[in-house]
Design a protein around this ligand. Structure first.
Ligand SMILES: NC(=O)c1ccc[n+]([C@@H]2O[C@H](COP(=O)([O-])OP(=O)(O)OC[C@H]3O[C@@H](n4cnc5c(N)ncnc54)[C@H](OP(=O)(O)O)[C@@H]3O)[C@@H](O)[C@H]2O)c1
Length: 324
């Protein structure tokens, strides 16, 4: 099969289209014919070698941690999914014609392949951060349960009335956090560059600039205070997030690695993943309450260009590569 791969770490130019043997679904896994694969910042951090110590990968390596496609192999012990089903989920080596998924959910028909391909990492990370902040999915919005349209379930949730600040709300994880938190009953303020603030408002969040003066700007949007903050993107904001929430315990970081210096919890997923949220996201998307904008969808062979765009740091939603 065709795949994008690198044999040595370096710039985007180390990525090449190669022919490799197809992978097969092991026990508990499924294989999909990939229709689109998501691109994440960690992909280029692995490719350029900066995460070699923390995330060692054998070379050559096919990047890609998520994809959407059509099931064509079902591993031993897997129930509830069949060959021909359309799914999205978490993978290893997803930038290829076929990929093995470890975690998946049905692809909502409302989402394109490209939109669905970029959901898994963003949603899992966002849900993990929200869970740690106590903005949890009540039974009404939990995995596998049918949601009606509107905010009825949110109003009944234990997170109702919570005000959450998402710093770096316009990227994949940020937009997933905004939408999941709202579905879980929270009021959300997101920070983004000017170009992305109107989009956040269109999702129902309040929006403001990140950077100096954040505390005053957020206080004017939330005079009654902020209960919790998720630090998604942007270094140096943690002191402001602590000031706004009143305690480092009310802040969780997924992107600012200086978290420990501030007494803030940094989640990597090593402590457990929130993959139940793929089904929560699928249910919300099917009800028209969650989406993921695709900043660019590029052909598989242009994965290097997708890495370049991601590395520049201002993607709205997700970058994906698509297969014919
Ligand atoms: N710890 C974990 O488990 C985990 C999991 C997934 C991702 N991550 C990390 O989390 C970070 C975000 O991931 P992602 O997938 O959401 O990235 P992404 O989709 O590339 O989004 C990046 C976003 O950052 C925003 N941004 C840029 N500069 C900023 C600043 N100074 N302050 C606030 N926001 C800023 C941009 O918004 P504008 O365009 O509006 O500027 C852009 O939308 C990455 O560092 C990634 O490696 C960690």
């Amino acid at each position: 099969m065709k795949a994008m791969s690198f044999a040595e770490t370096g710039g985007p130019e180390v990525l090449h289209l190669v022919d490799v043997p197809q992978p097969h679904a092991g026990p508990g896994q499924i294989r999909i014919a990939v229709r689109a694969a998501g691109v994440n910042p960690v992909d280029w951090k692995i490719r350029n070698g900066s995460t070699l110590r923390t995330i060692p990968v054998p070379l050559p390596h096919i990047p890609g941690l998520e994809a959407a496609g059509v099931v064509d192999e079902v591993g031993a012990g897997v129930e509830g999914v069949s060959v021909g089903d359309e799914v999205f989920g978490a993978a290893q080596n997803a930038s290829a014609e076929y990929a093995v998924l470890d975690e998946w959910a049905p692809k909502p028909p409302q989402l394109t392949w490209a939109q669905a391909a970029g959901l898994a990492m963003a949603v899992e990370t966002a849900a993990r951060g929200l869970d740690l902040l106590g903005i949890t999915a009540g039974e009404e919005s939990g995995a596998g349960l049918e949601l009606g349209a509107g905010q009825e379930s949110a109003a009944g949730s234990e997170s109702a009335g919570t005000t959450l600040l998402v710093n770096g709300a316009a990227g994949g994880v940020g937009l997933a956090a905004v939408q999941l938190a709202q579905a879980r009953g929270a009021r959300v303020i997101g920070t983004a560059s000017r170009d992305n603030q109107e989009y956040l408002r269109s999702l129902g969040a309040a929006a403001t600039d990140y950077g100096p003066g954040l505390v005053d700007r957020v206080r004017s949007l939330a005079p009654d205070g902020v209960d919790a903050a998720l630090a998604v993107s942007g270094a140096g904001a943690l002191p402001d997030l602590i000031t706004l929430t009143g305690s480092p315990d009310r802040v969780v970081s997924i992107g600012d690695v200086t978290a420990a210096e501030h007494g803030v919890r940094f989640t990597t997923g090593a402590e457990g993943r929130a993959f139940y949220s793929l089904r929560e996201a699928a249910t919300l998307a099917a009800a028209g309450r969650l989406t993921m904008p695709v900043a660019r969808a590029l052909p598989l062979a242009e994965l290097g260009e997708a890495h370049r765009i991601s590395e520049a740091g201002h993607v709205r939603g997700k970058l994906v590569v698509v297969l014919d």
